[in-house]
Ligand binder design. Sequence first.
Ligand SMILES: [Zn+2]
Length: 275
Amino acid sequence: MISLSSNIRFERLSTKIAPTMHGITTLDEVPAKKKHITKTKEIVTTVPKTIVLPTPSTPTRHLFKTPVTLAIGPTNHPFHLHLEALCSISPFFSAAFNPAYSFRESVTSTLSLPECNPTDFEYFAQWLYTRTLTHESLDGPHPAYFKLIKLWKLASFLGITALKNSIVDEIGWRADETNSVPTPDDTRSLWGGEEEMGGLKELVVDLFAWKKTDALVQGHPDSWDERFLRELVGRLKRKGKDAAPWRDNEERCRRYHEHDRLAPMCEGVEVLKEE
Ligand SMILES: [Zn+2]
């Protein structure tokens, strides 16, 4: 359940998101002949005016129609993005920009998110348009686990399941590529907060259980989060001789991913029936 923080501010600007902003719907929900987007206010239609959310088969001309500005952080750092792209991956943005959710007259093309960090938001914007996490400050000889964990928290706040899945995939891949694991600080960041970080914690415990980390865990001068160590002991007692789960597409999906309407099941992975 996504709730809109009271810190979100809608600002009146001259560039209103005009007639297309009266409702948000998916392509599936709209009869084929409906006129979704009207260019001028003079065109009167009796159907609800809607934003067409993209699916993989949506023609490019329907994407990136409505520019919006997101003012991020206490300094209102501006990000100029596209409404359709934002709404297609995040119920948070669908709600925030939907006048039906009590902001009927005040929705404009600017949304302020003062509690978000502009750097994290830039990684998100990069992912939004490229579906990769290959930002220049995420690349490098040492994996930026700390930054990716912070990005996961942002993704969680914004309800972006597909980004959370991309982050766990990236962390597993980078851990193998550099033969490294997260630091004691990272374990405290993961286990110390209130956030639900199930899939990501699961992966981190698996990385420590399957990689050769015994000397690292015993000898590191910084302290590990105690709850992390308990989970690691439990995992080591149970893990058996199975292969490292993050290297297997199905196991990775089942153990670390979440899937929902905006983040459909990974290809080739069957949904397990509940016994
Ligand atoms: Zn998956």
